[in-house]
Design a protein around this ligand. Sequence first.
Ligand SMILES: CC(C)(COP(=O)(O)OP(=O)(O)OC[C@H]1O[C@@H](n2cnc3c(N)ncnc32)[C@H](O)[C@@H]1OP(=O)(O)O)[C@@H](O)C(=O)NCCC(=O)NCCS
Length: 149
Amino acid sequence: MPALDIREIGDDDVEDVAALWKTCGLTRPWNDPHADIAFARKCENATLLVGRLSGSIVASAMAGHDGHRGTVYYVTVDPDLQGKGLGRAIMAAAEDWLRKRGVWKLNLMVRESNTPVIDFYEALEYEREDRVNLAKWIDLSKKPSGKMP
Ligand SMILES: CC(C)(COP(=O)(O)OP(=O)(O)OC[C@H]1O[C@@H](n2cnc3c(N)ncnc32)[C@H](O)[C@@H]1OP(=O)(O)O)[C@@H](O)C(=O)NCCC(=O)NCCS
């Protein structure tokens, strides 16, 4: 497997990244991928890394920090290429991006039922911590109606 070519997203990559997220089942009705990409791109403390093989986008990771901790979202690898080390590679790039900006700890959220992804992060030396994740929609116009799955 050739090395993943990892760079920050460019204007021409947006549609391919949105399509990758859709293929990987990462999009949700309340998260418009184009809006999420645009928001991350205009934020100084965030990046969206894309990984290419033979010119095609096959992996992504959105990384950012809030002035204290780092986090990642939209970590994904093309389903046909999973299990070959590409997820590890894009996460290493996200960690490097954060480390270079002075971040020393990364927190991330995974649904408790999503055991394959928890296993992936544990293989990358992420540890479970005894925390409760609380969230509040502070812009109610964006809040989805009904119960979120
Ligand atoms: C999670 C995901 C990014 C992992 O990417 P990947 O390229 O398959 O992972 P890698 O091949 O780099 O695996 C890295 C390590 O994690 C382990 N791992 C990966 N998937 C695993 C799984 N389903 N179960 C157990 N271990 C797993 C691998 O064994 C490997 O460990 P090793 O290096 O010690 O052998 C990929 O499966 C994916 O895109 N899933 C769908 C999208 C998603 O749910 N993303 C996370 C939410 S944002």
